[in-house]
Design a binder for this molecule. Sequence first.
Ligand code: NAD
Length: 522
Amino acid sequence: MGPSATVRQKLVSLNPATGEILAEFDPACDTEVLAAVAAAKEAATKWRELGIEKRAQVLLRLRNVVYERRHEIAKLISREAGKPLVESLAAEVLLVLDGCQYYAKQAPRFLKPERIPHHNLAVKGKRGWIEYRPYGVIGIISPWNYPFSIPLNEMIPALVAGNSVVLKPSELTPQTGLAIRDCLHAAEIPPGVATVILGDGLTGRALASSPIDKIIFTGSVATGKLIQTAAAARLLPTLLELGGKDPMIVCADADLDRASSGAVWGAFTNAGQACLSVERLYVMRAIAEPFIHLCVEKTKRLKLGPPDNPETDVGPLIRERQVRMVEEHVEDAVRRGAQVLVGGRRPPLAPGFFYELTVLTGVHHGMRIMREETFGPVLPIQVVEDEAEAVRLANASELGLSASVWTSNLQKGEQLARQIEAGSVMVNDCVSSFGISEAPHGGVKLSGLGRTHSRLGLMEMVQVQYLDVDLHPRFPKVWWFGYDREALALTNGLVDFLFARGVRKRIKGLTGIFKGWRKRRV
Ligand code: NAD
C-alpha cells in the first residue's frame, strides 16, 4: 500500500505537562507536497535573481518579526514542547534572531565570487573564479526537540543563498510549525519561496522523494538511514543531523563546582532531549566521590514542573513513548548493577510525561544507557582510572556528535579534545556551541553527514561553479589536436621546464617549448 492509500492519522498538538490536547491538524497528502515543491521551483528563479543583498534584507525583516513576537512564540513552544520559558527564549527565539543577524551580515561576504589565481604558467592566460549557486529547492525535515530554532536555522542560510525551501516540521509540534509559517509570511517572503507543510513521517517520505534538489534532515539515526538510502537511488544530495551519545570527561584537576553545574545542566536541559547533551559522564577516580556528591546535591535542588511556572528548571518529556525509553534504559542499567543516587522513576501522581531527574553510578558499557541515546533526564556517571581510559570509552560509540572535557589545564583540555571522535568538543563547557552562529554543527560516525550553522552550514546550501575565461581568444591552445613530433617535443619541454630538477634541465625544457611552438600546426 503506497503512502497516499494509507489511512492518515491526525497530527495532535499536546501539552506534555498535562496530556491535554491543544489542537489537531490534517497531515499534508502527497499531492499537497508535490504542489508545494512545484510552487517552490517556480519561485526559485526570481528569488535567486533578487540578489543576495536583497535576500539579506528579507532575513532582517524576519528577525524583526520574530523579535516582535518573541513572547508569544516562546509561550507556544513551552506549551507544545514542554520546555521552560527561559529555554524557549534562549535556545529557540534567541538562536533564530542571531541566525538571521549573522547570515544577513556575513552571507554576502561568504558567497562572494572568489578569484582563483592560476599558479601554472601554462594556464596563466586564463582568468578563473569560483562562484556559488543555490541548489534550487531544498527540502527540510525537522524534529520536535528544538522545533523553532532547528528548522529556522536551516531555512535561513538556505534562503539567503538563493534557494527556495519546503519545510516539514515534526508531527509532535505542528503549532510551532505554523508559527514559523506565520513569521515567514509576516516577513513578506515571496509566495512559494518558503513553504511549511504539516505532516508526519509519510509526509516526510513524500517530500524526500519529491523533485527537490537537496534534502536536509534532522532526526534519529534510523530515519536518517532511510532518507540516505532513498536519496542514494537518485543521487539526491543530503545533509543529515542525527543522534548523539555525548560524553563528558571530568579530569582530576577540574574545578568540581563548575564541572558539576555543567554536568547537571548538560544532562537535564530540555529534560535531556537535546542532541548536544551530556548523555554519559566519565570522572577520574581521584575526585569521583566529591564530584558525584555535588552532582547529586545540585540535581536535588532542581525543580521539575510545568514549563509555564517561571521557577521550573526542567519540564516534561515530549510523549509517553519517550518516558518509556528512559524507563527501559534505567531499568536495564539497574538490572546490570547500576545504583540510583537520585530519581530513577516517574514522579508519583503527576499528570503529563514527567520523569524524575536521575543520577546513576556503577554504570558500564554493557548497559544500554552507556551505548544508546537515552534522550531523557538521566546522568549516568562511570568512574575511570585515568584520562586515557576516559578517551577510549568516549570513542567507544557508534555516534560522534559532540563531547566535553573539563580541566583547569587548558592545554591538556585541547589535547584531549583532539583525541575525541566528535563533530565538536568543548573544553569547560557543554552543549552551548549549538548557540554560536559561527560554530559548525554536525556529527561524525552515525551522528550525520555535513554541517549546519556557520560559514560551512551556508556552503551546504550552494553548489560550486568554476568559471574560466580565456584572455587570449585568438590563440589556439597548445593542448588541442594536431598531435605530432613537435607537439610531443613541446609537451616534454613544458613538463621539464615546470618540474625538472636542476636549472640546466629546465632551461633545456624551455628550448623544447620554443622549438615545438614554432613548428606546431594548430
Ligand atoms: P525522527 O527521526 O523520529 O523524526 C524526525 C523527522 O523525520 C520528523 O519530522 C518525522 O516526521 C520525519 N520522518 C519520520 N519518518 C520519516 C521517513 N520515513 N521519511 C522522511 N521523514 C520521516 O526523530 P525525532 O524523534 O523527531 O527526533 C529525535 C532525534 O533527533 C534524536 O535522535 C536526536 O538526537 C536527533 N536530533 C539531532 C539533532 C542534530 O542536530 N544532530 C538535533 C535535534 C535532534
